[in-house]
Write a protein that binds this ligand. Structure first.
Ligand SMILES: [Zn+2]
Ligand SMILES: [Zn+2]
Length: 267
């Protein structure tokens, strides 16, 4: 797959941008990306990045993740996987530690737990991260006839916000990926919830079509924004052309300092 835009062309300025949403070779869905190569590429481009690996995937063997996927939102299943010795959190911490020593923030992309009010993340794996991205990847009751997907989505976003995530990854993408219409009537309640909890909304084009209207509303209501390449492949590192265009479209380019979220390094 080639790079479809020119954002990685030499000379493009990434000043003021920070992309915390880069995956590593430990993701089950990783293509050719590695943490070391992504860091080297971003540094050569003058782009600040951070890593955010899929927390649910780290509980299970990489090659076998599909077998566990249906259960991965349940804290009980994560606990059982950890007790069975499948957890790869130690491997992820070891992978990012040398990069963290060079100033690269590291965190997780977490989901809402299906069987508890909080995050799908065991207490023992919660500490030591610079940031948490929260994501809705599946509707929990989505396959049931008559399921209220809007409600399902709001419940998950609520759990993520009260669970302490810093950024909501690819808001509303789950509707697009599942072939559903994006419920625009949720733009305001989601933006209000993000603003109330100090959670940033992520502009993310990875298999996604983010709506500028939602991000403009976030700014109006006082929620910050974040840019995420969601890179699973090397060509995606620094592929932020569409993100910059969206920021320009909503009039945010002149005030990136003010509108973009950044991690406060916690370690
Ligand atoms: Zn995601
Ligand atoms: Zn991701």
């Amino acid at each position: 797959m080639g790079n479809p835009d020119s954002s990685s062309a030499p000379g493009r300025s990434f000043a003021g941008l920070f992309d915390p949403h880069v995956h590593t070779e430990l993701a089950g869905c990783a293509e050719d990306i590695t943490a070391a190569a992504a860091f080297a590429r971003a540094r050569a481009m003058g782009l600040a990045i951070g890593f955010s690996e899929h927390a649910d995937q780290l509980y299970f063997p990489r090659e076998d993740y599909a077998r566990y996927e249906a259960e991965a939102g349940k804290l009980s299943a994560l606990g059982a996987a950890a007790r069975a010795g499948h957890s790869r959190f130690a491997a992820y911490r070891a992978l990012v530690a040398p990069l963290a020593a060079q100033g690269v923030p590291a965190g997780l992309e977490v989901e809402a737990a299906e069987d508890s009010p909080g995050l799908a993340l065991l207490d023992e794996d919660r500490g030591g991260w610079d940031h948490l991205l929260g994501a809705v990847h599946e509707f929990r009751q989505g396959q049931r006839p008559g399921a209220n997907l809007a409600r399902d989505f709001m419940v998950q976003v609520g759990k993520l916000c009260s669970g302490g995530v810093d950024v909501l990854s690819h808001p509303f993408r789950v509707f697009i990926r599942k072939g559903r219409e994006v419920p625009k009537e949720l733009y305001r309640p989601v933006a209000e919830m993000l603003a109330a909890h100090g959670v940033a909304a992520e502009i993310n084009f990875h298999t996604n079509r983010p709506d500028p209207e939602f991000f403009a509303l976030c700014l109006e209501l006082g929620a910050r924004l974040s840019v995420g390449s969601d890179a699973h492949a090397m060509w995606e590192v620094g592929a932020l052309g569409p993100h910059l265009a969206l920021l320009r479209q909503i009039g945010a380019m002149e005030r990136l300092e003010e509108v973009l979220w950044r991690p406060c390094l916690k370690r």
